[in-house]
Design a protein around this ligand. Structure first.
Ligand code: NDP
Length: 373
């Protein structure tokens, strides 16, 4: 029964707008006899059954539009545990050596890559070559060069590339963006982003330059970069940055512990941000305009996201971020919908260009221009 899926996939590639396609449950095309619920679900395989992959899998159980149907893992015991827990058939289970064969599996639409950062680039290229849509965790890659290759590979393969920016679907975040667009803060002048936590086990991949591509900036600082962009609603044009390191044994060469960075935006808007692996519970956004403000703390954690504006508290109910994200990503992939704040490969690439420029500014000690063109 791969006809409908292939048809949908082809339509996704074309310029045809799809808002109604997965909804015409009453229409019967020859060969399209599967149940409506199955037909309208994005069928996802998770690659990398670690801590965040486990969280995403749990959250997907409550998704109305995305379903966990497959796994790709280097750990056989995890595969059998997940098979039992999520009723995953053997034919939808792969390891890192054989997952290219997913191209012959009509029952998987998309692969969600939730592995260490350095693996995102090669794994995305392989998933794209297999003709499956890619959802890739942040940071999308180790640098902009890799990011560009990923965007190009997915374009060439005619598959979508989305990045796991769950905050782009979070209700209180979207409310602040709505208020800003409505002019309720007046002219935006300043953003502050504080992103950090105290990292534990020194042997973990997050502290290994080869696998992480850097340190706190790649992992948690990216939230302040991305947040500055969606809270202000403009792209930064320059950055200055300063690094401090208190523990050079734990944070080896190329693994940043703490970086302070400052952005300049058009119209004189400025931002001041902190990325760190050495301070606990640092998760705060503050947006200031001529007529008001928004402050959020926590601002990017798993929630509930809390905060207030000059008009009062932000009161949207908390829904598990990854559940909302998977619902919305299914709509983007299957129905051709778009996100209010983009989650595509180009969006991921912008953050990588900015990270490259922040590291350049740390090294040079100068103000560096950010070229997002
Ligand atoms: P974990 O270490 O918990 O899990 C990573 C998994 O990747 C492992 O369990 C393993 O799964 C697989 N893997 C494959 N190769 C390796 C390798 N060489 N070393 C270690 N693991 C390997 O990491 P997280 O789940 O916390 O993070 C994974 C990705 O998700 C990162 O890119 C991170 O930035 C991102 N992330 C995003 C979050 C968000 O809120 N959007 C939150 C947390 C993480 P297996 O045994 O199945 O092969």
């Amino acid at each position: 029964m791969k006809s409908r899926r292939n048809f949908l996939q082809k339509l996704t590639l074309s310029a045809v707008s799809l808002p109604l396609i997965p909804r015409f449950n009453s229409i019967s095309f020859s060969g399209w006899q599967k149940s409506a619920s199955q037909d309208t679900m994005l069928r996802v395989a998770i690659m990398g059954l670690g801590s965040y992959g486990t969280r995403v899998a749990e959250a997907m159980q409550d998704s109305k539009k995305a379903k966990l149907v497959g796994v790709i893992s280097g750990t056989p015991s995890k595969i059998s545990d997940w098979q039992k827990k999520y009723d995953i058939p053997p034919k939808n289970c792969y390891n890192y050596e054989n997952f290219d064969a997913i191209k012959d599996n009509p029952d998987i639409d998309a692969v969600y890559i939730i592995t260490p950062n350095a693996l995102h680039h090669p794994q995305t290229l392989r998933v794209a070559a297999a003709g499956k849509h890619v959802i890739c965790e942040k940071p999308m890659a180790l640098n902009a060069e890799q990011g560009r290759e990923m965007v190009e590979a997915c374009k060439q393969a005619g598959v979508k590339l989305l990045v796991g920016y769950r905050m782009h679907f979070e209700a209180n975040t979207l409310e602040v963006i709505r208020m800003r667009e409505a002019g309720e803060f007046g002219e935006i002048k300043f953003f502050q982003g504080l992103s950090g936590f105290k990292i534990g086990d020194p042997s973990q991949w997050r502290l290994n330059k080869e696998l992480a591509g850097g340190g706190a900036m790649m992992d948690i600082g990216i939230y302040s970069i991305n947040g500055a962009r969606y809270m202000i609603g403009k792209e930064p044009i320059w950055v200055t940055a300063q690094e401090t390191k208190t523990d050079p044994v734990k944070f080896k060469e190329g693994v940043d512990e703490t970086i302070l960075f400052q952005f300049g935006f058009p119209e004189g808007i400025v931002a001041s941000c902190l990325s760190t692996y050495s301070m606990g519970n640092l998760d705060r956004f503050f947006l200031n305009g001529t007529q008001g403000f928004a402050e959020m703390q926590p601002s990017t954690g798993y929630g509930p996201i809390k905060g207030k504006t000059h008009k009062g508290p932000l009161e949207n109910p908390h829904i598990t971020h990854q559940t909302v994200q998977m619902d919305r990503m299914a709509e983007i992939i299957l129905e051709g919908d778009t996100a209010k704040v983009p989650v595509d490969g180009e969006e991921g690439l912008k953050d990588l260009i900015i990270i490259d420029t922040i590291y350049k500014a740390v090294a040079s000690g100068r103000k560096e221009l950010i070229d997002l063109s």
